[in-house]
Design a protein around this ligand. Structure first.
Ligand code: SF4
Ligand code: SF4
Length: 410
C-alpha cells in the first residue's frame, strides 16, 4: 500500500511503525473472511481492510470523525485478521496507533468517557473488583436478570500445595481472575506440584496492563507493567524457571512487555527478560506429557466424557498457539467435540462486552451454539474473560482446562 504520512507523525516512532505496517498491506481482502464484525455487519469499514484504510487516512492528515471512532471501537482486537493475512500485516499494532490518534482528536461524550474511566478504576484493582463482585453476588436476587447472569457464583479455590521443590515458577494472579475463578491458579499449582514444580505467587503483582492499554491509557498500562517487573525481579534473580500465565489475555500482554518498555532505559532489559520467561500453562504441561500420561494411566474411565474447548483469540491469534491446547488435551486422553468457526471471537474481548453489548451478545450466542453442538458435558477455555462471558449464557460448567486436568489427576 502506498503511503504519504502527514508531517505531524511521519518522523515519529509511531509514524515509522505505522508506515511499515501499512506498506505491507496489499489490499487483498483475505482478512475480511475471518473478521467477526465484518461477518455480522457486512460493512467494509467494519472489517480489517476498511479499518486500515480509515487509520491510513488519519495518518495522512485527514480529519478523524465520530464515524471513524465508531468503526475502530467496534473492532474486537481479536486479531483473527492477523492470523489470516498472507502479508504479515500487524493489524493489532496499527490499531493501537490509530485508536490513540483518533481518541486524541474526537473527544468522547461524557457518559462514554466516564464509563471508560470507571472500568479502568475498578477492574485492574484486585481489591476493588473483589469487593464489587462480592456485593453483586449478595444482591444477585435484586438485580435485573441480564446483569445477574454476568455475575459468577462464589467458588472455592481448593488447597494450594505447601511443598517446596527445587523447580520453581511464578504465577501471575492478575486482577479479576482471583475473585472470578479462584480455582484456576490453585488447580495449576496442584498440577505442577504433582510434577515436582512449586508455583509461587507474588501478591504485590497485579493487573498485567492489558485493560488500560486497550482503553488508550498507555502511560497507566506502562506503570502497571513496571510494577510487575519490580515485584517479579527478586524471584527472577533467584532462579525461577518461568512466569506462568493461566489467562491468555494476560499472557499476550506480558509477552509484549519487552517491546512496550523497550524505550525505557531503566526497564528495557528487565522487561525483555520477563517476556522471555512468560509461558502459557499449556507450554509447561506440553513439556511434561510423558510424566502426566504415566500418572493418568489408571484414570481412563473418565476419558470419554465429551468436552468442548473454546480457543480464546489471545491464545490462538495473539500468542499464535492455534490448535495447541486442543492437541494437548487430545493427547492426554480427553474427548473433544468439534467446534465450528473456532477462529471466531466469543464477544468478550476485554471490556468489549460492556462497551459494545449488542455485537458482543450476537457473537456470544453464535459461540455458545457452536460450542454446544456436539453435546459436551462441559466447556473449557484458557482465559478468564472468555470463561465468565461464556458462563453467562449457558448452564453447562465453563472452566479453565487446567481444572479438568487437576480433577483427573486427583
Ligand atoms: S481484530 Fe478482529 S474484529 Fe478487528 S478487524 Fe481484525 S478480525 Fe476484525
Ligand atoms: S489480508 Fe493482509 S494484506 Fe490482505 S487486505 Fe487484509 S491486512 Fe491487507
Amino acid at each position: 500500500m502506498r503511503t504519504d504520512l502527514a508531517a505531524f507523525i511521519k518522523d515519529s516512532p509511531a509514524g515509522r511503525e505505522a508506515d511499515a505496517i501499512l506498506r505491507k498491506c496489499v489490499h487483498c481482502g483475505f482478512c475480511a473472511a475471518t473478521c467477526p464484525t465484518y461477518q455480522l455487519l457486512g460493512d467494509e469499514l467494519d472489517g480489517p481492510r476498511g479499518r486500515i484504510y480509515l487509520i491510513k487516512q488519519v495518518l495522512e492528515g485527514h480529519p478523524a470523525t465520530e464515524k471513524t471512532q465508531l468503526h475502530l471501537d467496534r473492532c474486537l482486537t481479536c486479531r483473527a485478521c492477523e492470523t489470516t493475512c498472507p502479508s504479515g500485516v500487524q493489524y493489532g499494532r496499527l490499531l493501537d496507533i490509530g485508536r490513540h490518534l483518533v481518541d486524541a482528536r474526537v473527544p468522547r461524550k461524557l457518559p462514554a468517557a466516564l464509563l471508560r474511566r470507571l472500568l479502568r478504576a475498578v477492574i485492574p484493582q484486585r481489591a476493588r473488583f473483589a469487593l464489587l463482585l462480592r456485593l453483586g453476588q449478595q444482591l444477585r436476587a435484586l438485580l435485573p436478570t441480564a446483569l445477574a447472569r454476568k455475575i459468577p457464583h462464589r467458588a472455592a479455590a481448593g488447597e494450594w500445595p505447601q511443598s517446596r521443590h527445587a523447580r520453581r515458577m511464578l504465577v501471575l494472579d492478575g486482577c479479576a481472575q482471583p475473585s472470578l475463578s479462584p480455582a484456576t491458579n490453585a488447580a495449576a499449582a496442584r498440577v505442577l506440584d504433582r510434577l515436582g514444580i512449586t508455583l509461587e505467587r507474588a501478591a504485590a503483582a497485579g493487573c498485567c496492563g492489558a485493560l488500560s492499554q486497550h482503553l488508550d491509557a498507555q502511560d497507566e498500562a506502562l506503570d502497571q507493567m513496571r510494577r510487575n517487573v519490580d515485584v517479579w525481579w527478586p524471584a527472577i534473580d533467584n532462579g525461577i524457571e518461568a512466569i506462568v500465565m493461566t489467562a491468555s489475555g494476560c499472557g499476550v500482554m506480558v509477552a509484549d512487555y519487552g517491546r512496550l518498555l523497550a524505550h525505557d532505559p531503566a526497564y528495557a532489559e528487565k522487561a525483555a527478560r520477563v517476556s522471555a520467561l512468560s509461558k502459557d500453562i499449556s507450554e509447561i504441561i506440553a513439556s511434561e506429557i510423558p510424566v502426566i500420561k504415566a500418572m493418568l494411566a489408571g484414570h481412563a474411565r473418565h476419558a470419554n466424557v465429551p468436552i468442548s474447548f473454546h480457543a480464546p483469540c489471545t491464545l490462538q491469534h495473539g500468542l499464535g498457539m492455534k490448535g495447541r491446547v486442543e492437541a494437548l488435551l487430545g493427547e492426554l486422553g480427553f474427548t473433544l467435540t468439534g467446534v465450528a468457526d473456532s477462529h471466531l471471537c466469543c464477544g468478550s474481548a476485554g471490556t468489549y462486552s460492556i462497551l459494545q453489548p449488542a455485537l458482543s451478545q450476537r457473537l456470544l450466542a453464535n459461540k455458545i451454539k457452536a460450542l454446544t453442538a456436539g453435546k459436551p458435558a462441559a466447556i473449557v477455555t484458557a482465559n478468564i474473560g472468555c470463561q465468565s462471558h461464556l458462563q453467562s449464557a449457558t448452564a453447562l460448567p465453563v472452566k479453565h482446562w487446567i481444572e479438568l486436568l487437576d480433577a483427573r489427576l486427583a
